[in-house]
Design a protein around this ligand. Sequence first.
Ligand SMILES: *[C@@H]1O[C@H](CO)[C@@H](O)[C@H](O)[C@H]1NC(C)=O
Length: 407
Amino acid sequence: MWSAINFKNNNRWILYISICILFLFICTSLFNITLDDTIKPNYLVPFADELSTKPTNLEEWKRMHYLVNFLNNEQNVLIYVTPKDSYKSDDSTKLKYKFDKTLAKCEVPCIWNEIRIEDLTSEELKTADAIFYVNQPAPLKSKAWKGQKFIQYTLESATYYPQYHDKNKLFDIHVTFDEDSDVPTSFIRDPEKWRTKQPFDMGKLPSSSPPISLIASQWTDFRKSWIPTLKEHIPIASFGSVHWNTNWDIHPECADLNPYEIKNCIISKYPFHLSIELSQEKDYSTEKLWDVFNSGSVPIIWGAPNSRSYLPHPKSAIFIDDFPDVRALADHLKYLIENNTAYLEYHQWRTMKEWSEGFERKVYMNIENMECNVCKEVARLRILEGRGNLPQFPTVLENVENDDNNL
Ligand SMILES: *[C@@H]1O[C@H](CO)[C@@H](O)[C@H](O)[C@H]1NC(C)=O
């Protein structure tokens, strides 16, 4: 009798324990699945706090990159770039590589491999630290391993191309014009040449010539409605399909150049250039603004509400929004055409020793070194997630170990 009861009890206990184990098993596996998506920084990594704090100014960016270069310890970063086409425009500088196929001019050794993702074998995908997507709304494949990074790159307006701005958090690293993105990237090109450009010589403006140039090919509401109202007060030479009225060959000396130089050459023929972006978004300034400085012209800006803070100098451009109406703007432009001293004030920044901090930061993080900055970001996460190959520096590691023993 007793033994029978005991046996029954034992049986019940075995059942209870089994249920508990099963329950725990299910819980932990569920837990593991949710943990898989995020990798926690490893706080035993030296400088982990500094490495996980987003830089806010030029000095902090330089310090961050210095730390990353040091801690990365010459380890290669391998990034596959997809799709192969439509990533560089025909007027951008070609990437240069070293003999070992790493990017030239990048402190972190980085293999930047432009290839269609469809052409990669799963073995090749496994070797990649990151996959770099250009103007893609979502990754084309799933991750080959847990710590692999998906990067989304776009410099397109979020108003006009919301699909390229990862609303669903499908990517790990975001590279956009926005300072809040992981690798903020500006459209600034060749700023070292800007000092050498002579201000437009107002004496050389033919009386028949419009004083303003415009090169735009995409219609927006603002471009459609506002430009004609300015034109009622002051003539505009438009070379793109938006309000086109002038042929490129009107300036034969610009004809035989490459597309980037042709545009700059055209812009340099007029004292003002209409720099009207697609939308007004924080930090959104394209070549439509920056390339104007590479001529002796003055940009007339409609774009990022914070653009004044990152121009080389607050008085290097004219802001449409500073004027109560179009007539007031036109009057100011006419005044500058008549008063050369006042016009030259918009060029004084060219000879100034220092340009604004906001501008220098945007230069440091510009489109020409975007690839290298992306490599550094991938290296940063690799270090922070404890997958790096840290250099030997005994004191720091010793301290870390001591802390560990005390726990
Ligand atoms: C021309 O501009 C200068 C500099 O802004 C100013 O001092 C001067 O009074 C202006 N001259 C006229 C005639 O408006």
